[in-house]
Design a binder for this molecule. Structure first.
Ligand SMILES: Cc1cc2nc3c(=O)[nH]c(=O)nc-3n(C[C@H](O)[C@H](O)[C@H](O)COP(=O)(O)OP(=O)(O)OC[C@H]3O[C@@H](n4cnc5c(N)ncnc54)[C@H](O)[C@@H]3O)c2cc1C
Length: 388
């Protein structure tokens, strides 16, 4: 693996850094899990888009820069190092966008992709159902064809930021006689359609952006279908690969957290005396973040030579979710009782962001497919072990 950057890559890094220096808001935006913060983040996304920094890997005619994966990694490193706002439209930009590029019609691509890049449309992922989480093939929500529409009924749950999003994409059973992953159809549904009800679910942080979505005979035009009728599972599996693979959680996010963790440790030297194990945990966290970054560069090298990421995406998902948890648990050990203070408390450290991160890190081993399921995939598809 060649680890030196080219002059072109260094120039790109300098350009990204300069733009971020001039444009990153001096004060953190409100949480995107609140209505106010969501709209602030949408405005930030628009600003990124206007300067073509929203989706750097997308082609220029879609408002991107046609960057390769190494340039994307560089962009991410600079983005996190600059403490720029968290990206709010990941469902649209990282999951639906690539799915549309692979499976969408030309008209769908022309219409939706620029609106996703600019966050004019914000997207929720509508896959999980009350009895179809890990076992997604158990989906029961229906989409019955009626002329040039589907009539959609049923319930989706655990939908991130569905309380504020404009659209959802999801899998629906279009053949009522079908079983498991057969007879499913991938649809895009506007959340302001008659018959849609959104019911917020309060998360650990007390905010209500997470939601369940109810569909009561919602009429969805056939042109909002991605791929062929009944072929939704095949399309969705491609989306799942994007979710678990590199794109959703770039190494830069964890490298930045590791850097902040080292600084937190150094600002509290008495901790090593009180709890010597913390020093090891800090070192392991920092090394874990560097190792994940090196592994990402290695994977990118392979992909650029034509390799496809398959079941390996499951390893990636386990690594980043467990690393995130370890880093935040270590921060809480350092902070002790201070770790429990919310951002509004006068003595909260780093604006209470460690507590926010700690609460969110609990969900890492669950969302994007639980880590138990990822381990099953590794065991069966990579190691060839018998099915559990
Ligand atoms: C913060 C967060 C955000 C989310 N965002 C979204 C979203 O935007 N859109 C969306 O559609 N979904 C979303 N989800 C849902 C998420 O994908 C599901 O929670 C996940 O797939 C697990 O499904 P479940 O909750 O039904 O748990 P279950 O499938 O009931 O699993 C319960 C436990 O049993 C284990 N288990 C189940 N089957 C097996 C097996 N065969 N072998 C070994 N262990 C097994 C699981 O690993 C888990 O530990 C989100 C979840 C969280 C926590």
């Amino acid at each position: 693996m060649h680890l030196n950057y080219t002059d072109k890559q260094n120039a790109f890094r300098a350009e990204v850094r300069a733009w971020l220096k001039d444009n990153v808001p001096s004060q953190p935006l409100n949480s995107y899990d609140t209505r106010e913060g969501f709209e602030e983040h949408r405005a930030w996304e628009r600003k990124l888009y206007d300067s073509r920094w929203s989706m750097v890997m997308w082609p220029e005619h879609l408002g991107g820069r046609g960057c390769d994966l190494i340039e994307w990694l560089i962009f991410e490193e600079e983005y996190y190092a600059a403490n720029a706002p968290m990206r709010v439209n990941q469902n649209g930009q990282l999951l639906l966008g690539p799915t549309l590029m692979e499976f969408g019609s030309e008209e769908q691509k022309r219409h939706f992709l620029p609106r996703i890049a600019s966050s004019e449309d914000m997207w929720a992922q509508g896959w999980s159902e009350p009895n179809a989480g890990s076992d997604m093939a158990a989906i029961r929500s229906k989409a019955i064809r009626d002329g040039d529409h589907y009539v959609v009924s049923g319930q989706k749950t655990w939908s991130t930021r569905a309380s504020f999003a404009d659209w959802t994409f999801g899998l629906f059973r279009s053949d009522p006689q079908s079983q498991r992953h057969h007879g499913l159809t991938y649809l895009m549904v506007p959340l302001d359609s008659p018959g849609v009800t959104i019911r917020p679910i309060k998360a650990l942080n007390g905010k209500e952006a997470f939601a369940e979505i109810f569909f009561d005979e919602v009429r969805v035009p056939v042109e909002h279908r991605i791929g062929a009728e009944g072929q939704g599972w095949h399309v969705a599996m491609a989306t799942a690969g994007f979710e678990r693979g590199l794109l959703l959680r770039s190494p830069a996010r964890f490298q930045q957290t590791a850097k902040r963790l080292v600084a937190l440790y150094q600002a509290n030297p008495q901790i090593a005396e009180r709890d010597p194990g913390v020093r090891d945990a800090v070192i392991e966290s920092w090394m874990g973040a560097q190792a994940y970054a090196q592994a990402a560069y290695h994977t990118v090298g392979l992909v650029e030579k034509g390799a496809k990421i398959g079941a390996e995406a499951s390893i990636n998902k386990i690594v980043w979710s467990e690393l995130d948890l370890k880093m935040h648990e270590t921060a809480m050990r350092i902070l002790g009782a201070y770790g429990e203070l919310r951002g509004t408390a006068p003595e909260a450290v780093d604006g209470g962001s460690w507590l926010e991160g700690f609460l969110f890190a609990q969900a890492g081993p669950i969302y994007a497919g639980t880590n138990e399921i990822q381990r099953n995939i590794i065991a069966e598809r990579m190691l060839g072990l018998p099915k559990a």
